[in-house]
Design a protein around this ligand. Sequence first.
Ligand code: KG4
Ligand code: ZN
Length: 332
Amino acid sequence: MIILGIESSCDETAAAVVESGRQIRSSIIASQVDTHAQYGGVVPELASRMHIEAIEPVVDKAIVEAGISLDQIDGIAATRGPGLIGALLVGFSFAKALAWGRDLPLAGVNHLEAHIYSLLLLEEPPQFPFIALVVSGGHTNIYHVTSPHQFELLGQTRDDAAGEAFDKVSKMMGLGYPGGPVIERLAKNGDPNEIKFPRSMLEKDSLDFSFSGIKSSVARYLHLHPDMDEADQATVAAGFQAAVIDVLSKKLILAARSRKCKQIGIAGGVSANQTFAAALKDRSAKHGIKVFSPPLPLCGDNAAMIAARGFTMIQNNELCTPDHDVFSRTKI
Ligand code: KG4
Ligand code: ZN
């Protein structure tokens, strides 16, 4: 079965062709990041307009690169939510029109479940059950994934998402958007132990997160040290990143141990952080826990993961009808 996946929940217009739920024939991502960077973050109205311009050429390119024709597609999967409503509407409406026009089944995919499916696209994927962290600019959610269709939410952020904290700290330091990659690069030249930023663990055994305290603490530090050179900035970046990694790793290992899982998967934009992935692998190994992370092109938003999730939904007959609409909030 050949599935066309479409993703437009935030600032990437993406389309992919995936065969049998796992074989990626093509994966095209048109990023709007350079445009939004000029404004220091994603501007929803601009995102919608850019999706409208990009959607058709991106889908065409995915089909051409897969070496197939439109007639060979057996089903369509598109992100239904959560995300920016105007942005979601572009991809989902396009997918609806294509599906009804060609009499194809349409799966309306939950974007967070799809991020978990980026782990199932690995050559050696985690086996069920496993613990999954979806960590991005909008979410920091821990799930107990017990089957291809069951995602139990164990914990989530009570304020900022981890990626959002990276973006805000970067902005405060005048380093631009997105913050994750630039903070990670800078942190390589700093001592992570020199400044001890707070680790908010919340109540004992809680699997929820709070990153606003770390962010405020960095803001305070920057206020008290206005004249920083690059070495000082590297020290702040390393200290901040270490605090975030520490909290994420501790909570994930706690989740795995409490659910007696020997596997943890990380997905979403922040999972591209190699310092995080390496630290988590190191710490988890001490508990006999194996860590999985997607290849870099599948860490951030992409349509291959949408097609992979859509494949199992179509197999399961979980299909959209014309009255289905997009949704902005988390549903799992
Ligand atoms: O999943 P994603 O592409 O989009 C959504 O938010 O859904 O994630 C983007 C987020 C941004 O906050 C960005 O700063 C963060 O992922 N990010 C990183 C890294 N690369 C991207 N955070 C930390 N380290 C990175 N290397
Ligand atoms: Zn995402």
